[in-house]
Design a binder for this molecule. Structure first.
Ligand SMILES: Nc1ncnc2c1ncn2[C@@H]1O[C@H](COP(=O)(O)OP(=O)(O)OP(=O)(O)O)[C@@H](O)[C@H]1O
Length: 448
């Protein structure tokens, strides 16, 4: 191999055939060789060879490389005449505004004729798009004073510096996304991307290519290579929301990617390696899904090295006033006028079972601010659901206490059944009681 590579013709032949851009230059920057793929990537006319690093498609490649090298101490490495490839990531925006490249560069020591600089270029426009999407999520505090939730935060802080996969179980809107971002931020991977995928939001037939990417021609409409989310999260964290929605037929490939840290993009038989830490979330109990044979047990155990159970908002009502203050402040910074809560409105908010959890509370407060009267949030300013819940349970003050309690209970049950489309198991869960208790109460109140 060594001898073969000494033969420049053979080397050129090999490099010409690969689809990554390859450039060989002297350490001083004079170009010795550029393959066809590089010309294509740099949008150079066919047959034109760049003569120097400065002469590549109008992009000051030399500067980009030199800066990158200095940042990563490459020049120092050159002076110490170290061998090896330095990997450095740098987005290069071409004048056309269309492309970015990931650069890998290194110094290759030759037996005769000194060292050469080797530069590899790859089109990563798609990956840049995915990462930009991921970067949009700003840091955010998790507001709580609930002892169970504080314990969850303690576990999260302990797990963050490790490589352990973390699974978060909790109803929709309980803050799993916020926690995933916090976990990433506290981890050694914080400087790398956090890529989020909501597995429920992507049609199942597209999930494979969304996760693993595809190559040109893999299926109708695959007009070019496309990087997947695993690749975009390389060296960072991949957050899989609603992981229970990954279809069974994809779970085997998924497990392999998680276990062996390698996968093949759709339509390709070439393995790609990745180094990702997986944090996942599910609002349905994944263990139940395993028992119902809807989720692979081996994958479940892989993903749930650490499991965090996020309690619903109705189980931590002490957080409600804190969250109200937090969201009113946040809404103020978004341009809403300041408002105060009338005591009766606060009572309704504390009473309500919050099936949509913190997300529903946040939306309710935005609604309330829009409907506030002269800077005061009255009961009338609250969304209909919250007022309905109250009015169905509310009673004329003259009625007897136990009747009062029964009527309140009846209202709660009717509300929960309505919100859960008549599903008693879901309604019982929402009310924080078991199904038998719900059924007994319904019978006693004449609802069953
Ligand atoms: N403890 C908290 N402190 C501050 N904001 C919170 C808290 N919990 C949730 N939120 C806010 O509530 C909203 C919903 O939270 P998030 O998206 O993290 O919930 P989720 O459990 O991931 O929901 P889903 O399962 O539907 O994806 C977000 O706007 C988030 O900022």
């Amino acid at each position: 191999m060594r001898e073969l590579l000494q033969n420049e013709d053979i080397l050129e032949g090999l490099l010409a055939g690969i689809d990554q851009g390859v450039l060989l230059a002297t350490v001083e920057g004079q170009i010795l060789f550029a393959n066809e793929a590089l010309r294509h990537l740099m949008e150079l006319p066919a047959g034109e060879t760049p003569r120097s690093l400065n002469d590549v498609g109008g992009v000051n490649l030399k500067l980009a490389i030199t800066r990158g090298l200095i940042e990563r101490g490459f020049d120092d490495a050159v002076s110490r005449r170290q061998k090896g490839v330095v990997e450095l990531e740098r987005w290069l925006d071409l004048p056309s505004g269309r492309r970015c490249f990931r650069l890998r560069t290194g110094i290759v020591e030759r037996e005769r004729g000194g060292a050469v600089r080797l530069v590899l270029l790859r089109d990563v426009t798609e990956m840049a798009r995915l990462r930009e999407g991921a970067a949009g999520s700003a840091a955010q505090d998790f507001i709580t004073r609930d002892p169970r939730m504080l314990e969850v935060l303690r576990q999260l802080r302990q797990a963050a510096p490790t490589e352990a996969y973390v699974l978060m179980q909790g109803e929709s809107g309980t803050g799993k996304n916020v926690l995933a971002r916090q976990l990433h931020r506290l981890s050694p991977r914080a400087a790398q991307p956090l890529v989020e995928v909501n597995c429920a939001a992507i049609p199942s037939e597209l999930l494979e290519s969304e996760f693993f990417g595809h190559v040109k021609g893999a299926f109708t409409g695959a007009t070019g290579d496309r990087a997947g989310r695993f690749a975009a999260a390389d060296r960072g964290t991949l957050f899989l929301d609603e992981v229970g929605e990954v279809p069974l037929n994809l779970q085997a490939k998924f497990l392999k990617a998680v276990q062996e840290r390698s996968f093949e993009p759709v339509g390709s038989n070439r393995s790609q390696t990745v180094d990702v830490r997986i944090v996942s979330a599910s609002n349905r109990n994944l263990k139940d899904a395993v028992e119902a044979r809807q989720f692979r047990a081996d994958l479940y155990y892989r993903l749930s090295v650490i499991t965090l159970h996020i309690p619903p908002l109705r189980a931590r009502k002490a957080d409600i006033p804190l969250l109200i203050d937090h969201f009113l402040d946040r809404l103020y910074t978004r341009g809403y006028a300041r408002a105060v809560l009338a005591p009766e409105a606060l009572r309704l908010l504390l009473d309500y079972p919050w099936p949509g959890n913190v997300r529903e509370l946040e939306n309710a407060l935005e609604h309330a601010l829009i409907c506030a009267v002269e800077g005061v949030i009255q009961t009338e300013s609250l969304p209909q659901d919250i007022r309905d819940y109250h009015s169905q349970g509310a009673l004329p003050a003259a009625l007897h206490r136990s009747e009062d309690a029964d009527s309140h209970l009846r209202g709660q049950i009717l509300f929960a059944l309505k919100r859960c489309d008549g599903n008693k198991a879901a309604a019982a869960k929402m009310l924080g009681i078991d199904r038998t208790t719900l059924w007994r109460r319904m019978r006693r109140l004449g609802l069953a």
